[in-house]
Design a protein around this ligand. Structure first.
Ligand code: ZN
Length: 263
């Protein structure tokens, strides 16, 4: 048996076992990606997977938004309205193609359905610290909003520039600068408003333990990139990690709920 000392792991591996502890997912997408079919990309299929794994709420950005800008974002807002409390939307900052005034008017008119903003420099081709992103980052900073960044190896400097400049927004480091685990954990120690997020990290066994040994568990957030990856695998990997059940609970729910003021 994996993790004999973990009550959470023992419950999970029972036949039909699910995580008895609630989960908050900070990193997901929805819809098909350009011409690719995502078998579990619809809201209903995502909910099916969420219910299987006790995921109470998922924060997502639409694949359409990441690749084409926010022209389909009204559909995603409707999904958040249809399933209250289950989904919250990151407004994608597609830099070159954004209309800040129009975006913020929409954001404010649907405030309860938005978690914050999403930066994806690999799709937009724009560095996080580029002047085109400034109005969104300034707005996020004024309002203390979460900004989920696609952080990958090679993007360390531009993201640290964002942290040097903006002290009040909450920068969520999606993928933890894969595979710069020590750098990510030290960034979390150095900047109060930086939160490592685990999408893709858990496929590398030992990475989480390395980060927890440096920055503890209190700032680490759970994410899965559903529908790309599976909750079952990611939660299983978290239960197999050599950390305490209390630390697992911090990562799965407590840290994120505190960040979003959820109960
Ligand atoms: Zn992603």
């Amino acid at each position: 048996m994996i993790n004999k000392d973990s009550l959470m792991a023992q419950e999970y591996i029972k036949p039909g076992g699910v995580s008895g502890y609630k989960v908050l997912d900070f990193h997901a997408h929805m819809g098909n990606l350009v011409n690719s079919y995502m078998p579990f990309g619809s809201a209903e299929k995502m909910l099916y997977l969420m219910d299987q794994s006790n995921v109470r709420c998922t924060l997502f950005s639409g694949h359409n938004d990441l690749t084409m800008g926010n022209r389909f974002i009204h559909d995603e807002i409707e999904i958040c309205k249809r399933y209250p409390g289950r989904f919250k939307l990151y407004m994608t900052v597609f830099s070159r193609h954004c209309d800040f005034k129009k975006d913020i008017a929409l954001f404010e008119a649907n405030r309860e359905h938005f978690a914050g903003f999403k930066l994806h420099p690999s799709y937009s081709g724009i560095r996080p610290d580029h002047p085109l992103n400034e109005p969104y980052l300034e707005y996020a900073d004024i309002h203390g909003l979460p900004v989920l960044g696609h952080t990958w190896r090679g993007l360390e400097e531009p993201y640290e520039n964002v942290l040097k400049r903006y002290k009040n927004l909450k920068l969520i480091g999606g993928h933890c600068f894969f595979d710069r685990w020590d750098f990510t954990a030290r960034l979390a120690l150095s900047y109060e408003n930086f939160y490592p997020e685990l999408t893709a990290v858990l496929v590398k066994r030992g990475a989480l333990e390395e980060m927890v040994s440096v920055c503890g568990s209190k700032k680490i957030l759970f994410g899965c990139d559903i529908p790309w990856f599976s909750y079952t695998y990611y939660i299983g990997a978290l239960f197999s990690a050599d950390i305490s059940d209390e630390q697992r609970q911090d990562i799965l729910w407590n840290n994120g709920a505190a960040l979003l003021n959820m109960t």
